[in-house]
Design a protein around this ligand. Sequence first.
Ligand SMILES: CCC[C@@H](CC(=O)O)C(=O)C(=O)O
Ligand SMILES: [Zn+2]
Length: 323
Amino acid sequence: MAGWNESQLRKYNIKVDKIPTLQYDDPKVDSLLSNNKPVLIKGSKLVSQVLKWDLDYLAEHMNSICCNVLVSKNHKFKYYDQKKITPNMTFKPISRPSPMIFSEFAKKIKDWKKGDSRLYMQQVLNNSISQRIVSDFVMFNWDWIMSKQKVCKWGSLTSNLLLIAQEGNVTPCHYDEQQNMFASIRGYKRFILFPPSEFECLYPHPVHHPYDRQSQVDFDNPDYIKFPKFKEACGYEVIVGPEDVLYIPMYWFHHVESLMHGGCTVSVNFWFKAGSVEKIEYPLLDHQKMVIMRNVEKMLAEALHDPNEVGNMLNTIVLGRYT
Ligand SMILES: CCC[C@@H](CC(=O)O)C(=O)C(=O)O
Ligand SMILES: [Zn+2]
């Protein structure tokens, strides 16, 4: 019945459990959402009006729009923050931005051969795209998604990213600081999610590194010497297909891949700001501890006036005293 099979998944040596799959009107959906627990939601019809968004349709209606496209020498598209690249830093990312007009992107995809650089379009949807795309966009099931935003007391919707990936593309393991309702329009994507409690097993880069929020572990070839606890990482796996909506809680790590031999995937995400916490309760939640750790790194870098001094000071504080 499923439109995919195991041979289309990349092989990793990671322990995974399942994520609950529920119908959109199941009352358990709201309790999982409100408790920052991932859930795959079926039947919401969030993007049912845009299932026609395939490469040809989008090329026809976005033809000359210049879009944000990433180019990678391999299959991984590891995001980096350009603002964190300092002049005296030697930073050589594998994937880099290469803006191009949609028709050029579509042509490169069609003509793509093994060995060519891979492409990944990640374009913010706004009203400057094109009349037709805007008129499709307003047909999303906004009543439903806004009702979820309300019941979970999330903050404002910040952006919708239109994601067009080649089969086999991977977004390596990272976390985001926003709530995410991820909708699949075409194709199948495999998600491996890890709760904030797995922080110690995933070794995110330092906050001041361009790869802030990204795991240092290469899932294709993990360095168990540098990252020994990665062996103990426990994740959750789910395949997201057309019309499915996956809730990715803020601060949950996620690895995402477009299934191999499955053709291009088209997805749209809905990023919401976190809600304002009424009052802090103890014990703290794991994601709140990630926020505290981020603030400690930021504060120390500020006080020391040099991000490279932060590690030394943290070691001085901890080694032989807290360990
Ligand atoms: C740039 C966003 C990419 C996306 C993962 C993917 O679909 O490849 C993701 O990580 C998210 O929606 O948070
Ligand atoms: Zn993400």
